[in-house]
Design a binder for this molecule. Structure first.
Ligand SMILES: Cc1ncc(COP(=O)(O)O)c(C=O)c1O
Length: 371
């Protein structure tokens, strides 16, 4: 059970206190595009004066705006925060890396993660030399869930600066109630930033944690265009947090994170008609998720299908090796989870189209029950 702790400190002072001291007044790289100058002949960035024939409209001749204002405003509107609370980056992978680098001193400030979970939290911690504290998910009747009391205790005990929660969780599928996230954020106020990775948020019944941002300076939320919006190759993700923390992350970010063609793609993807189509695809995924969940659960070779709020299912098999091989023989590639803790007999299957899911079911239908 987590006891709420009320912090009296100013939220902005709090949040900058959590940033690495040596980076608090770090100005970062002043790129040619970040300096506000006026003129009509731009000779300040060693760009070409002529377009490439591959780029007839010269859309890529100049370096792009580091944080394209129209896209920033559009995504802030979509996710429900202000533009100042949002940083665009190279997928949410970059946001994870920036958070770890800005908050954790190598060898000192820990990162808390809840395995089995998306691997980039541990990878970024390792690259930064930040100690990784793992608080395993607990398997309950409804599936895997984080023990947030244990997470808070571990964060405080190890002096963690960052806690990564994944909701809905990859690969286990469950979402965390906002009320629980709020209690954790309050408990860790002034001590650590709670990051809620909502890469699969569009597929979930749980509302987004962005609605908690204004009340909790030590909260950050990650979203991406890679999943529901079907733009994984455009590499657009965002971190939303207190504007002071966003300012720090921006100064730590490598220059020009968003290629101009990707900005155009992303803007088109969040125009009303495209958003309506995205909503239709999300609906189709949710329908197929339900269908696949019950069809898989009825197969003799399947031990357990976990309820999922994402666009994938975590499935335990009596013989996961045989299941993986049967799928591969049918040309279907799924994610092998057997090396992950607690998942020695599990595969993660992304929800595909109805036809693709039929192929999954037909390949797995020949598996046998446990001896
Ligand atoms: C939970 C989670 N977070 C973040 C990411 C990375 O997404 P992006 O493509 O935005 O870097 C993934 C990718 O699979 C993911 O599963």
């Amino acid at each position: 059970m987590i006891e709420p702790v009320v912090s009296n400190a100013s939220p902005v002072a709090d949040i900058l206190d959590l940033v690495r001291e040596d980076l608090r007044d770090f100005a970062g790289y002043a790129s040619a595009r970040s300096v506000a100058l006026q003129g009509d002949v731009w000779l300040n960035a060693n760009e070409s004066a002529w377009a490439n024939p591959a780029d007839p409209h010269a859309a890529c001749r100049r370096y792009p705006d580091p944080q394209p204002a129209r896209l920033r405003a559009a995504l802030a509107g979509l996710y429900g925060c202000t533009a100042e609370q949002l940083l665009l980056g190279r997928g949410s992978d970059e946001a994870i890396d920036l958070l770890v680098r800005a908050l954790c001193r190598p060898g000192r400030d820990a990162v808390v993660a809840t395995p089995p979970v998306f691997g980039m939290y541990a990878v970024s911690a390792r690259l930064q030399g930040a100690p990784l504290v793992e608080v395993p998910l607990v398997e309950e009747a409804e599936g895997f869930a984080p023990d947030l009391g244990a997470v808070a205790n571990a964060a405080l005990q190890h002096g963690a600066k960052l806690v990564f929660l994944c909701s809905p969780a990859n690969p286990t599928g469950r979402a965390i109630a906002l009320s629980e996230i709020e209690v954790l954020a309050r408990r860790l106020a002034g001590r650590a930033v709670v990051v809620v990775d909502e890469a699969y948020g569009e597929f979930s019944d749980e509302p987004s944690a962005t609605r908690l941002l204004s009340a909790h300076a030590n909260l950050a939320v990650l979203r991406t265009l890679s999943k529901a919006h079907a733009l994984a190759a455009a590499r657009i993700g965002v971190v939303m947090a207190d504007a002071a923390l966003i300012g720090v992350l921006r100064r730590c970010q490598a220059p020009y994170p968003i290629p101009a063609p990707c900005t155009e793609l992303a803007l088109a993807a969040v125009a009303p008609e495209a958003l309506a189509q995205t909503a239709q695809r999300v609906l189709a995924v949710r329908e197929q998720r339900e269908r696949l969940t019950s069809a898989l659960a009825a197969l003799p070779g399947v031990r357990r299908v976990y309820p999922s709020q994402g666009n994938f299912l975590l499935v335990r098999f009596h013989d996961a090796e045989a299941a993986f091989a049967a799928l591969l023989a049918a040309g279907v590639v799924v994610r092998d989870q057997r090396a992950a803790p607690q998942l020695g007999d599990a595969l993660r299957i992304t929800i595909g189209s109805a036809e693709q899911n039929d192929r999954v079911l037909s390949a797995l239908s020949l598996l046998e029950a446990a001896a």
